[in-house]
Design a protein around this ligand. Structure first.
Ligand code: NBY
Length: 838
């Protein structure tokens, strides 16, 4: 039912249009009003949390009026929209970003100061919205920022987890997981209790004949309600405010099943409710690992079905023909997690809307695009056929039909290649049979992309090779990842951003990052270099203080800060880094005091979470902490080496860490890291990187120049042969690495047995990640880093030159490529003065 105000009464609404605050006085009024009414407090009990809450509410009011106008305008114009389906949105904090994007941070800073608060302290009260694991989730968040900034009509769809990624505590050197209950007070979401969708599970499929036509009817076994929660996404320096819609699960029919309740079955009605709420309760904490749990499949279908219902409902309002659906709707699948959307749309079109299969399938494949984020075999999603059959019986039938028609076409095109059918089948004929989600995503999309050039080449020549033969190369493309410079430069590093603005003609570079190239002509400017160096130093002082406050270890900010922060994973090779640190420690120990005096002091900083079930990753964390415990109190060593593990690495900590790095480590085994995005964040903040020829490191090198990056290690084309040689030839370990292992086994860093599996992985189990093969080159390259750092003047010049050439890596460029090559959507230009539109 449309609940619209009739024309004669609209005059009153327009007369009473909300005007948002624009100056300090207006802002203060709003803060005081929220403290005294919304929060029911007063100046006598207004602490920093209350100041944060009231400030957020003041900005939220502003965002939501812009949100309303943006949505009205998009509806009125009825242009094509983009829907970004992602199980993860790693948003971090919202307030600072909202203030900067709206352009009123200075107003808020002055207003808060007058009211008795420091804005930095107020901003820190906010809990991170941590609805993601790592790169994939943060990429989705950067994309939302760019979509809004570039004025694209776009929605994100995800799940409103009650618990985000766990909070990491380090106890006795080991990771301990603590639940992340973040929804206590969240001013950034709007519950839409009127926007609900009933989602069905289980049950059976019956055939019915309607008007001479046989149709399949899915009778539900269980129904769960999806409730929408909307999060406004402000663009930078534009009124466009897009929407992130997160679904929360709830028992259908309200809080209790009243039937059961009234008949005395109280316990079971509560149990039903809890079972329903479990669906959106918790984010699965694995990155690059698939574990095939039934609840995870339920999450996926719940979210996908609610989102598609919403999208289809919006499309139907325009009363267009179904064939126009792909002209109005582009849906991007962030990895294979939302692949069921393909099946669900086919089901809606065929079973509910009565379209012919072929017609429906044409619409479906024109609508979807699929982004792949990994080639690691253990991360490729597969679901047991039996599980899909049980939970989603009609969808399994549709998957089989999709597969049948697909295989028929393959057979026609490749009549002589019998093995081809087995290789590309969506159903893997294993025991038990499995649905291969990546293959389903390819077959059901019109474009498939990787996230960096090497990665996009690799998927075409390895895991998806057959599909390139079947569909031709044009279906496969590359969109190299990017990051939003608003959060990752302007917000994280305000002083550097300001210095850059002073050389680049103002803040325009934040919307056109290629303007950074204007920095290059100032590289020789002594005063500029000095200010640059001062800012880096101040950022290191800030991090050193955080290290002192959280670990008790005092580090010297004049040391070289060497940082590796990312999820802990064997393929990312934190073990290579810590073995290298041990090697450095042993070298220092072997020196005379005079020799030591000539050495460059270093702080090795680690951070990152291990998936709770990933035992080896947890051992790596333990080794890092054990090495730190020995090295940090060794008086022979002093400032020459410190080893720090930062607890609970997350988005807001990254905003402090990236600006404080001198060198950061991106050292995955070649061919394993699809792109990496923190590499971009570190370089953009004036840090150099050491890395392998992997992922986006390769394109970063191409942009900033080989002399500004420290590359080492074997190349991806040689990895297979090396692995083969380890297994079938004689495998000798690098002699320096051997010494490191011997020292661990002597008990220098605690009970040797604790680390025996890490050593065995290299010595006995084939060294799958090539730690030994790359060790020598890694150590040598770190020596080059030391030498380069000694010449501070040249080092700073390298940093400035690198930043000036980073324009390519903005997520704005990335979103424009998706818009043009995959989505075929245009921005909806906004008129700043008449936001109401035409
Ligand atoms: O996506 C990361 C890649 O490792 C990184 O190289 C790339 O830069 C980034 C953005 O494209 N992938 C990633 O973060 N993946 C996950 O977090 C993830 C989470 C869950 C599952 C798989 C992968 N899962 O199957 O449940």
């Amino acid at each position: 039912v449309e609940a619209s105000i009739p024309e004669p009464q609209r005059e009153a609404w327009k007369r009473n249009q909300i005007t948002s605050f624009t100056d300090k006085d207006g802002f203060e009024k709003e803060v005081v009003r929220h403290v005294e009414t919304t929060l029911a407090r007063s100046m006598f009990n207004c602490d920093e949390i209350a100041a944060y809450s009231a400030t957020s509410l003041a900005f939220r009011d502003r965002l939501i009026t812009h949100w309303n106008r943006t949505q009205q305008r998009q509806t009125y114009r009825d242009t094509k929209r983009v829907y970004y389906l992602s199980l993860e949105f790693l948003m971090g904090r919202a307030l600072d970003n909202a203030m900067l994007n709206v352009g009123l941070k200075n107003v808020a800073q002055d207003g808060l100061a007058e009211l008795g608060f420091r804005i930095e302290d107020v901003v820190k009260q906010e809990h991170d919205a941590a609805l993601g694991n790592g790169g994939l989730g943060r990429l989705a968040a950067c994309f939302l920022d760019s979509l809004a900034t570039l004025n694209f009509p776009a929605w994100g769809y995800g799940l409103r987890y009650r618990y985000g990624i766990f909070k990491q505590e380090i106890i006795d050197g080991y990771q301990v997981e603590v639940p992340d209950y973040w929804l206590d007070f969240n001013p950034w979401e709007f519950p839409r209790h009127d926007v609900t969708v009933d989602i069905q599970f289980f049950g059976q499929v019956n055939k019915k004949t309607v008007g001479g036509k046989t149709i399949s009817v899915w009778e539900a076994g269980e129904i769960v309600q999806a409730v929408a929660y909307d999060v406004p996404i402000p663009g930078y320096d534009t009124p466009t405010t897009n929407n992130l819609r997160l679904w929360s699960s709830k028992a259908s029919g309200g809080e209790f099943d009243f039937q059961k309740f009234n008949s005395g079955d109280y316990e079971s009605s509560v149990a039903d409710q809890q079972r329903a709420e479990t669906i959106s309760a918790v984010l699965y904490p694995n990155d690059n690992l698939e574990r095939g749990k039934e609840l995870r499949l339920k999450q996926q279908y719940f979210w996908v079905a609610a989102s598609l219902y919403d999208i289809v409902r919006r499309f139907k309002k325009s009363r267009r023909s179904w064939n126009e659906f792909p002209d109005q709707v582009a849906i991007q699948l962030n990895d294979t997690h939302p692949t069921l959307a393909i099946v669900e749309l086919q089901r809606i079109l065929v079973d509910i809307e009565g379209l012919e299969w072929d017609n429906a399938w044409e619409i479906v494949t024109s609508t979807f695009g699929y982004t792949n984020h990994t080639v690691l075999p253990e991360a490729l999603e597969k679901w047991p056929v039996g599980l899909v059959q049980h939970l989603l019986p009609r969808h399994l039938q549709i998957i089989y039909d999709i597969n049948l028609f697909f295989l028929q076409s393959v057979e026609k095109a490749f009549p002589d290649d019998r093995d081809m059918l087995r290789r590309v089948s969506i159903i893997e004929e294993s025991q038990p049979k499995m649905v291969r989600m990546a293959f389903l995503a390819i077959v059901g999309s019109h474009k498939v992309n990787g996230v960096a050039e090497l990665h996009s080449d690799l998927i075409k020549t390895t895991i998806f090779k057959d599909f390139v033969e079947i569909y031709g190369p044009d279906k496969f493309t590359n969109v190299t990842n990017g990051i939003t410079p608003r959060r990752w430069l302007h917000q994280a590093n305000p002083r550097l951003s300001e210095l850059i603005a002073s050389k680049c003609g103002g803040n325009d570079f934040l919307k056109d990052l290629t303007l950074l190239n204007q920095l290059e002509k100032h590289v020789e400017d002594k005063q500029f270099r000095k200010e640059w160096a001062e800012i880096k130093y101040a950022n290191k002082v800030r991090l050193a203080k955080h290290i002192k406050d959280t670990t008790g270890v005092v580090v010297n900010p004049a040391s070289l800060f060497d940082v590796q922060v990312k999820r802990i994973h064997e393929y990312k090779r934190q073990q290579l880094n810590i073995f290298g640190v041990i090697h450095r420690y042993l070298s220092l120990k072997a020196m005379t005091p005079d020799q030591r005096k000539k050495q460059l002091p270093r702080v090795s900083i680690f951070g990152g979470k291990a998936a709770p079930g990933y035992w080896m990753a947890k051992q790596i964390i333990h080794l890092i902490n054990s090495v730190g415990a020995v090295v940090n109190k060794d008086e022979d060593i002093g400032d020459l080496l410190k080893v720090i593990f930062l607890e609970d690495y997350n988005v807001s900590k990254a905003e402090m860490i990236c600006p404080a790095s001198d060198i950061s480590e991106h050292i995955s085994t070649a061919g394993t890291e699809a792109s990496g995005t923190s590499n971009m964040k570190f370089v953009l903040n004036g840090g150099l990187i050491i890395g392998t020829c992997d992922g986006a490191n390769i394109e970063i090198t191409r942009e900033i120049g080989e002399s500004n990056i420290f590359l080492f290690g074997n190349l991806s084309e040689d990895v297979e042969d090396l692995r083969h040689a380890h297994t079938y030839g004689s495998h000798t370990i690098d002699s320096d690495l051997d010494k490191v292992f011997n020292e661990i086994e002597k008990g220098t860093f605690g009970t040797p047995h604790d680390f025996s599996a890490m050593i065995a992985a290299v010595r006995q189990h084939g060294d799958y990640y090539l730690v030994s093969d790359d060790f020598h080159s890694y150590i040598e390259t770190h020596q080059l880093v030391d030498e380069a750092y000694r010449n501070q003047d040249e080092w700073i010049a390298k940093c400035i030159t690198s930043v000036s050439r980073m324009g390519f890596f903005t997520s704005d460029r990335c979103i424009n490529e998706y818009a043009e090559e995959i989505w075929n959507v245009e921005p909806l230009a906004v008129d700043r003065h008449s936001i109401w539109g035409p």
